[in-house]
Design a protein around this ligand. Structure first.
Ligand SMILES: CC(=O)N[C@H]1[C@@H](OP(=O)(O)OP(=O)(O)OC[C@H]2O[C@@H](n3ccc(=O)[nH]c3=O)[C@H](O)[C@@H]2O)O[C@H](CO)[C@@H](O)[C@@H]1O[C@H](C)C(=O)N[C@@H](C)C(=O)N[C@H](CCC(=O)O)C(=O)O
Ligand SMILES: Nc1ncnc2c1ncn2[C@@H]1O[C@H](COP(=O)(O)OP(=O)(O)OP(=O)(O)O)[C@@H](O)[C@H]1O
Ligand SMILES: N[C@H](CCC[C@H](N)C(=O)O)C(=O)O
Ligand SMILES: [Mg+2]
Length: 487
């Protein structure tokens, strides 16, 4: 139990009714999960207003309420606290409740449209190899040194973040690498965290359902840099046209990386093959198992970060050459008949284009590129025709199929992808709603040396339709389908 007063330290209160000396069991922002003596924080969400559930929270045992507007009906014996912003209060309260764990380690944020999971997971791998105890908060998993925890978000809610940071403190972790999504910043899930540094990867088309305009999406990402302290570093990719925007108002020490521009950290691609690429970084050569121009950026960001965190340059390069790609990121399988199947999490236009361009640089003859791709439901609809266009422009054959349809009609999503196909590419397209059937068809169409790209779901092991998740793993499915065909 902790006192409400201590938990509220640093939260600006606009009104208080009742004693703040009351003891609190847990902090809770969902009335359905409230227990005895909890403090319930009412959040104005995207679907409903949490203020509607204040009474229900009190009925379930909440002894204190944090909200943006005091309710008309206030129950005796319950403390009501009014704050300016519920999300912001929740984040600061979560940090206080868990003992402000971000202050006890070096927390590094990775933000941008693509590359967050790759960079944060590989930094985790690298610092582990260097002998440190390390934490990771990523789309795929949370790691408290060697212990793994599942996650449902790229950037979890503030309570989940701080709970795991506290576990990292207990485990003696010195570093934590975390992905910071634009939803996370906008919903203030990361407020109150003390970052030792932040990395910007790139900015391209995504989430325009949520942010409405590209400028708003960009400015949301920028807020992460605006909030850094002068002791932190801000590392940005200046080949991206928004790279310098991130540094405009930051107090942090500024560093840049680039392949094409003059920058503090520079890399050059010397050679590119299917099993790796040769990079030149800081006048030293590095063999990277991760291929493609986009991964040269990721590797450079990793190198720069490790350098800024004080690791020795040659040691960083040695450890980087041992790094393995992350699941579902250009994960490939070569079949008996030498058909190459690539599973990749490209779920944005830019990622899809990068992966297909990388594949095209690796082609040696007349092999076909067969791309299978869908778009997620209840997500940015404007990505769909663009991804339909890119897939058909850069492939010989394309199968449009379902990603996670969520609450949308799979057929409608596919039609929206088809709308982006140029007339001259229409002949390349097949549309098969059922993803398993689509994978089988791609495998039937492939002959020796062909390349099948299964895009969009990467590491995911499920497919979600109308709230129901079935087991689904692209890598397993494509391997099974090729084996069943004796290919
Ligand atoms: C659109 C979005 O981001 N929604 C997130 C948000 O939920 P919300 O605002 O919709 O919540 P709401 O349903 O309106 O409810 C408002 C409040 O009332 C409360 N409530 C509600 C009902 C009730 O009976 N009682 C009650 O107390 C809720 O607990 C909540 O506090 O806050 C929730 C708690 O933190 C999140 O779990 C939820 O993520 C949803 C599930 C989601 O799918 N988010 C995705 C889009 C997301 O965040 N993705 C990014 C990655 C994107 C990327 O990088 O590509 C991520 O960081 O994971
Ligand atoms: N630096 C990069 N630039 C452009 N595309 C990239 C980059 N790194 C990875 N990609 C592409 O984007 C896909 C997703 O990569 P990754 O999972 O690292 O991104 P993310 O930012 O974590 O995505 P999410 O927002 O879903 O968490 C990869 O499968 C690859 O196709
Ligand atoms: N972080 C992204 C992941 C998209 C992955 C794709 N497979 C989908 O389900 O749309 C999002 O939540 O928008
Ligand atoms: Mg991610």
């Amino acid at each position: 139990m902790k006192s409400l007063k201590d938990i509220l330290y640093g939260v600006g209160l606009t009104a208080v009714s009742g004693p703040t000396t009351v003891m609190v069991n847990n902090i809770c922002f969902d009335s359905r999960k409230v227990g005895l003596d909890d403090v319930f924080v009412a959040i104005k969400g995207t679907q409903v207003d949490g203020h509607r559930y204040i009474e229900k929270a009190v009925d379930s045992g909440a002894k204190s309420i944090v909200c943006e507007e005091l309710p008309e009906l206030m129950v005796n014996g319950v403390t009501y606290v009014e704050v300016q912003n519920g999300n912001s209060a929740l984040a600061i309260m979560a940090s206080n409740y868990y003992g402000n764990p971000s202050r006890n380690l070096k927390l590094i944020a990775v933000t941008g449209t693509n590359g967050k999971t790759t960079i944060s997971s590989l930094l985790y791998q690298l610092f582990k190899k260097a002998g440190f105890k390390v934490g990771l908060l990523s789309t795929i998993r949370i790691k408290v040194d060697d212990t793994e925890y599942p996650t449902g978000h790229t950037t979890p809610d503030a309570l989940t973040i701080n709970k795991h940071l506290a576990l990292m403190n207990e485990a003696g972790a010195e570093y934590c690498f975390m992905e910071v999504s634009s939803h996370g910043i906008h919903q203030k899930r990361t407020e109150g965290l003390v970052f030792a540094g932040a990395i910007f990867t790139n900015l391209s088309h995504d989430h325009l359902d949520y942010h409405k305009t590209f400028a708003e999406y960009r400015d949301t990402k920028k807020k992460l840099f605006d909030q850094l302290s002068q002791n932190a570093f801000a590392l940005t990719n200046i080949d991206d046209k928004n790279g310098l925007v991130m540094l405009q108002n930051t107090k942090a020490k500024k560093y840049t990386y680039a392949l094409k521009s003059y920058a503090d950290y520079r890399a050059q691609i010397l050679e590119n093959q299917f099993n790796g690429q040769l990079l030149k970084i800081d006048d030293n050569e590095l063999w990277s198992r991760l291929i493609g121009g986009f991964n040269a950026y990721n590797m450079l960001a990793i190198y720069a970060t490790a350098d800024l965190l004080g690791l020795e340059k040659l040691e960083i390069l040695r450890l980087m050459s041992e790094l393995e790609n992350v699941e579902g990121r250009f994960q490939y399988y070569i079949s008996k008949q030498k058909i190459t199947a690539i599973v990749d999490y490209a779920h944005t236009p830019d990622a899809l284009k990068n992966v297909l361009e990388t594949i095209s640089t690796l082609r040696t003859g007349n092999e076909k590129v067969i791309t299978l791709v869908g778009c997620g439901g209840d997500r940015d609809k404007s990505k769909r025709p663009v991804m339909g266009h890119i897939a058909t422009e850069f492939s010989n054959k394309v199968i449009f199929t379902s990603d996670n349809p969520r609450t949308e009609s799979p057929a409608t999503i596919i039609h929206e992808m088809e709308a982006g196909v140029e007339p001259q590419n229409a002949m390349k397209v097949l549309s098969i709603e059922n993803r398993e059937q689509a994978i089988k068809t791609a495998c039937q169409l492939a002959v020796a040396e062909d390349i099948i790209l299964v895009a969009g779901k990467g590491h995911e092991t499920y497919q979600e339709t109308n709230g129901v998740r079935i087991e689904f793993d692209d890598y397993k499915k494509v391997k099974e389908a090729l084996a069943a065909l004796g290919k």
